[in-house]
Design a protein around this ligand. Sequence first.
Ligand code: AMP
Length: 192
Amino acid sequence: MKNIILFGPPGSGKGTQADLLMSKNSLDHISTGDVFRRNIKNSTDLGKLASEYMDNGQLVPDKVTVDLLSSELERFPNSKGFIFDGFPRTVPQAQELDKLFERKNMNLDIVLSLEVSEGELVKRLLKRGVNSGRKDDQNKDIILNRIQVYNKQTSILKDYYIKKLNHSFYAINGEREVNLILDDINSIISNY
Ligand code: AMP
C-alpha cells in the first residue's frame, strides 16, 4: 500500500496531478474539497455547514473535516493506497491523520509539496473561476484570503512532515508544464 499526501496552496495543481496520478498508480483519490462540494450540490446538512466557511475562503472546522475524511477512507476497503489532496490543512488534522493511520495499520509514505508563487496562484484561480464556476475562485479577496489561510495555518505542516518523514518529503516546482511535474512525481513514486 502506498499513501501520498499532495500538499500545496490553492491553485498549485493538486487536483490536476492527483487525477493524473491515480489511474497510473492504482491509487484512490480523496479530496476533502470535492467531497464538500458534492455535499453542497446535494444540499446535505454537511454541505450547508461547509458552504458557510468555503464561501468566505475559511477552513471548515477540524472535527467536521476529520470525521469526513475518516468516513471517506471506509469507502475504499480494498484500496492499494490513497492520494490525499487538500487534507490535512492544519496541525490538528495532521495529528488526527497520524492516529487514523495507526488504528488502521497504514503508513504515510510520501509527502509532495507543490510550490507555486502567489502571483501565479491568483492568476490560475481567477481563470478557474471563469471556467469552473467555483464560487470561491471568482472573487479576488476570497482568493487572497485562502492563500493567507494557507500561509498561516497550512504551510507549517511542511516542517511537521519534514521532521516526521525526513527524506520522503519532496518540494516540487509546480510552476511548470503539467506533464513535466507529473513525470517528476511518477519517478519519485516509483521508488516506493
Ligand atoms: P479545495 O478544493 O481543496 O481548494 O478546498 C476548497 C475549500 O474546502 C477550502 O477553501 C475549505 O473551505 C474547504 N476545505 C477543503 N479541505 C479542507 C480541510 N482539510 N480542512 C478544512 N477545510 C477544507
